[in-house]
Ligand binder design. Structure first.
Ligand SMILES: [Zn+2]
Length: 413
């Protein structure tokens, strides 16, 4: 099979993609083929690697409309957590599975093929972990799903949480989480991070912490997480999600700590669509933007990706799994709208996400890798962002996994 006549990432020359046995066999300059050869004409559209969802909570998705009391929520992170406590008690393993499947289908329709989901470890009989492990197995041919054990109510401040985290390891999660800004004290925050990173190191797992998801600049879990990544030699196996408090750290503090973040080589995930809405809730005016220092971290050589975080749940009532919407919000909030920044912005939801998930070895459009890619309805990424282009095809192991027909809009002027 040959996918012909496309632009690959920022390469200005038209190329053809030769696929054999589900892998990229060759990327060659575009040419014409005889009719006996099976080809798909991509009509000079843009090909990039599949989108990577580096932060979502599949176990909570699609619960907002069923629980009407959510509509009177203040919309803060902490209200979301207490509403989630009521909701999760009513969910079953089957309903979690179905809600998550709906969300995965939405994400796949928008070009996602790799997903890291956090999963609440505090559910009766581990129903959330079991539901998502089943989903991961059922869909593994079509979408790669990674599970992070997430202690939603804290590790040190919530009775039984440590045992639940150890059980999650036995059940087969891929990584360990923590939520230091929700612990009762700074001492508990530090201790929870030591517990999470040591548990990951012992079990050969990844780490992804909900870290400093607040506007309070005294929330400094990140400095401990970076130190733990170094102490346990975990380095880039560790991710700090959110880090919205960094928005409010002083420049002097950042100047003092940046070298430890660099030495730790940890990844960062920002969730601009959700955090611009969740943060700033204690501000009158001005209201903070709820985003970490993306541009500054990137300039210092650190890896940053963007995630959707929530789809129609107690923290975010809308959303449909479209990472291009997340990206657009992120580029606005971080003042990253120069031509070069927009042309390369796809990397925040492709390569950088793959680095966070620790899957870079088999990811990307190069010979020998699984033939996984997406085709966008534009000739370059700048035009994707201008036109809000759809994902025409999502190709997995050389076969079309999803396709979308662009809208046919006519204006009678
Ligand atoms: Zn989250």
């Amino acid at each position: 099979m040959i996918y012909t006549n496309c632009y690959i990432e920022n390469d200005p020359e038209l190329k053809d993609i030769v696929v054999e046995d589900g892998k990229f066999k060759e990327i060659i300059p575009h040419k014409e083929y005889s009719s006996e050869i099976e080809t798909v004409d991509l009509k000079e559209k843009l090909v990039i690697p599949p989108f990577v969802e580096s932060h979502i909570h599949l176990d909570a998705t699609h619960t907002a409309e069923k629980f009407l009391f959510l509509h009177s929520s203040s919309g803060s992170l902490f209200d979301g957590i207490s509403n989630w406590a009521k909701i999760k008690a009513e969910l079953t393993e089957e309903s979690i599975y179905q809600n998550a499947l709906t969300a995965v289908k939405q994400e796949v329709s928008h070009g996602v093929q790799y997903i890291r989901t956090h999963v609440d470890t505090d559910s009766v009989n581990n129903k959330a972990i079991k539901a998502l492990l089943k989903l991961k197995e059922d869909l593994k041919e079509f979408v790669t799903i990674q599970l992070i054990a997430f202690p939603q109510d804290g590790i040190k401040s919530h009775a039984g949480a440590e045992e639940k985290m150890k059980e999650a390891c036995k059940l087969g999660v891929d990584g360990i989480g923590a939520i230091p800004h929700y612990e009762y004290s700074h001492e508990y925050a530090v201790s929870s991070l030591d517990f999470a990173t040591s548990l990951a190191a012992e079990n050969g797992l990844l780490v992804d912490v909900h870290c400093d998801e607040t506007d309070d600049p005294s929330s400094v879990g990140l400095e401990t997480l970076a130190v733990k990544a170094i102490e346990y030699s975990l380095f880039d196996r560790v991710t700090a999600s959110h880090t919205t408090a960094m928005h409010s750290y002083s420049d002097a503090y950042m100047g003092r700590r940046m070298h430890s973040f660099i030495d730790s080589r940890i990844n960062f995930v920002a969730n601009p669509l959700v955090n611009v809405s969740l943060q700033g809730k204690f501000d009158t005016f001005p209201k903070r933007r709820g985003i970490t220092r993306v541009k500054e971290l990137l300039k210092n050589g650190l890896n940053v990706s963007f995630g959707h975080d929530d789809i129609q749940d107690p923290w975010y009532p809308i959303g449909d799994g479209n990472l291009l919407e997340v990206l657009s919000m992120g580029l606005h909030l971080t003042h990253m709208l120069s031509h070069e920044e927009v042309m390369n912005a796809y990397k925040l939801i492709t390569y950088n996400g793959a680095k966070t998930l620790h899957i870079s070895d088999n990811y990307g459009i190069k010979e020998g890798n699984p033939a996984n890619f997406i085709v966008l309805d534009a000739d370059n990424f700048y035009n994707v962002m201008i036109n809000k282009s759809v994902v025409l095809y999502s190709v997995r192991n050389g076969k079309i996994l999803a396709k979308t027909k662009p809208a046919d809009i006519k204006v009678n002027l």
